[in-house]
Design a protein around this ligand. Structure first.
Ligand code: DQA
Length: 139
């Protein structure tokens, strides 16, 4: 099976971006550790974009191919009807992921357009959130 990890805006800056909230691990570190942990049990696709439309296209492609998606939509989580619709349109199986516990933060992070169309949500475990999502997909 193929598991597609999609990362939204500003996650390219992980490691230096607000490390007290998001940690010192870079997105490249996370990708490398996922590939090690998958160890041939699944093919890993790992992408990041600062553009909403890229994420829409990648959700459509993965969903139509029947691939599982782990989505850290970053700030688009809280704004994007387009991502919500894309997931619904192709019936994609999506795990919503956040590094931080968005419910323990500002009120504007408490609502997600993704949750209603996600199979499950993993939030608050830092870089470990990605490993937990991988195990959830493999399980
Ligand atoms: C985030 C949480 C979002 O609220 C925020 O906009 C992000 C990252 C997280 O992984 O904790 O950019 O998705």
């Amino acid at each position: 099976q193929t598991i597609v990890f999609l990362n939204g805006p500003n996650l390219n800056l992980l490691g230096t971006r607000e490390p007290a909230i998001y940690g010192a691990t870079t997105l490249a570190d996370i990708e490398a550790s996922l590939r090690r942990r998958a160890d041939g049990r699944a093919a890993i696709v790992f992408r990041q974009s600062n553009h909403e439309g890229d994420l829409v296209t990648w959700i459509q492609e993965a969903g139509l191919a029947g691939q599982k998606i782990v989505l850290n939509a970053a700030a688009y989580t809280h704004t994007s009807i387009a991502l919500h619709d894309a997931i619904k349109a192709v019936g994609a199986e999506v795990i919503e992921l956040h590094l931080s516990n968005t419910f323990a933060r500002e009120a504007f992070r408490h609502h997600s357009y993704i949750s209603a169309v996600a199979k499950g949500v993993i939030a608050g475990f830092g870089a470990r959130s990605y490993e937990l999502a991988l195990e959830a997909c493999l399980g």
